[in-house]
Ligand binder design. Structure first.
Ligand code: TYD
Ligand code: MG
Length: 456
């Protein structure tokens, strides 16, 4: 019997070592090494599909390399198509990550079923064929050319791929796959790495695009070693608040397009629907004036959208003021409250402040600072902000209103949605009031904004 060979792998970065070590020499994490059984043999992908030419390739001058016309597969799902950079690239391997229950399987099943004229294979190691069929019925999509395979063995998957010859493949999920090439258990680093490697070789050799679903760990990183992210062509992340309907599809890495694109979906009873105009849905209240609400003209990736910021300021009952923020960085909120306290003289130190972004979104855009500050002030003085007003500016530590990027797009979006007035920084250069239908209010300091809003 052959001797069993074991190697230690770092769970964080995938580095290997013949002995156990406490601190990973490659990524510096502590206590991440675990022992796994390995055995070496040639890849089954190259066995099934024939290896590449073994002749050494000769180099070519870059001028002489001929690029064949890029042929992207157009998808019915416009949001996904855009996030991928304008369609699906043949031979690409895409990893889709996201928390459990966020809708990864739904998105991918919709993709596999929703494209008439494309033959697809949906491989699932997580659900039974009946479960998948039930979900397909629920989505109202079951008359397309889609094959379902419930299998976790890499060799059987590759055999099926050879028989069916689909136009693209979805594999749910990478953590359930296993290959006979290595002896460790499914979900282990070696297995994940090896199976992804085989799918990668399959994709590159046949030109069939592959989607791979991956689980996400508690702290939001893709489970499995970082090497996975290096191996694939694109990494997409599906995120959102499970209790809300909105889901965002971001691209964290894309070899074939920009990572600025953002896809927005709404999770409905009959699956995920693309949202064309997020601003219209994110603003819940357009008519009544309520205090504590301000609208921010934000940009996520390349998409401008107006977001409703809600704040509640109330006197603290227990002497220990509470601060909570949903969808916004709490530390940044505390900083903005300190600016209000110190630079503008608002006594917020003994007040509870609760902040919420409508729709369960998470936004990192600094341009929502001013809307946040105005929502807090509005709630504090209990005077509503005019519903036809919105904001796009960052607030600095000394209470100055700072310019933000892509101001034209933000103003354009607010204008399109019928807002009458937008507060921007005076330091945004080259803005011309006559150019827009919406009135620009250019401000320098936070107290100017306060006077303009509440003292009139
Ligand atoms: P799922 O795709 O199974 O999530 P993941 O694969 O990321 O773990 O989606 C799970 C949730 O989606 C489930 O809690 C119910 C919801 N859902 C709908 O609201 N509508 C639908 O049509 C479907 C199919 C799912
Ligand atoms: Mg799933």
């Amino acid at each position: 019997m052959a001797k069993v060979k074991t190697i230690f792998f770092c769970k964080n970065c995938g580095a290997d070592s013949p002995k156990w070590v406490g601190k990973c020499p490659s990524c510096g994490e502590w206590n991440t090494f675990s022992e796994e059984v390995v055995s070496k043999s040639s890849s089954s992908a190259s066995k099934v599909f024939g290896g590449r030419d073994t002749k050494p390739a000769s180099s070519q001058h870059i001028r002489e390399i001929v690029v064949s016309e890029e042929r992207r597969i157009q998808l019915a799902d416009q949001e996904l198509s855009r996030v991928l950079g304008g369609g699906l690239v043949p031979g690409s391997l895409t990893l889709l990550g996201g928390e459990p229950g966020i809708g990864k399987s739904t998105l991918m099943l919709q993709l596999a079923l929703g494209n008439k004229g494309l033959k697809t294979l949906y491989v699932s190691g997580e659900e039974s064929q009946q479960q998948i069929k039930m979900r397909a019925d629920r989505l109202g999509l079951s008359d397309t050319d889609c094959f379902v395979l419930t299998e976790t063995s890499m060799q059987n998957i590759l055999k099926n791929l050879k028989e069916i010859q689909p136009d693209f493949v979805v594999v749910d999920s990478v953590q359930t796959l296993h290959t006979v090439q290595v002896e460790s258990s499914p979900g282990s680093i070696v297995q994940i790495r090896e199976c992804t490697g085989e799918l990668l070789r399959f994709a590159k050799q046949t030109g069939v695009p592959v989607f791979l679903i991956g689980h996400i760990t508690k702290d939001g990183a893709l489970a499995g070693p970082k090497v996975l992210e290096h191996m694939v062509d694109a990494v997409l992340q599906f995120e959102g608040d499970r209790n809300h309907v909105f889901r965002l599809l971001r691209s964290l890495k894309n070899r074939f397009g920009s990572t600025n694109e953002l896809g927005i979906y709404a999770m409905q009873g009959s699956g995920l629907q693309g949202v064309d105009n997020p601003s219209e849905i994110l603003i819940s209240n357009k008519d009544d004036s309520l205090s504590g609400i301000a609208i921010a003209a934000s940009i996520d990736g390349a998409r401008p959208m107006l977001i409703e910021v809600q704040a509640l300021v109330s006197t603290s009952a227990y002497g220990m003021p509470q601060r909570t923020a949903t969808g916004f960085d709490l530390r940044r909120m505390n900083m903005l409250l300190a600016v209000l306290e110190k630079r503008c003289g608002f006594k917020l130190g003994a007040k509870d402040v609760f902040l919420n972004l409508a729709g369960g979104l998470r936004v990192d855009d600094p341009a929502i600072d001013l809307a946040l500050v105005c929502a807090v002030l509005s709630s504090n003085v209990d005077i509503p902000v005019d519903t036809k007003t919105c904001f796009a500016a960052e607030v600095g530590l000394s209470g100055e209103i700072r310019p933000v990027s892509r101001i034209d797009q933000r103003i354009g979006e607010a204008d399109k949605l019928g807002y009458e007035r937008i507060f921007v920084s005076q330091y945004n250069k080259g803005l011309n009031n006559a150019q827009y239908g919406i009135k620009l209010v250019q401000v320098k300091r936070i107290d100017e904004v306060f006077r303009a809003l509440f003292a009139g």
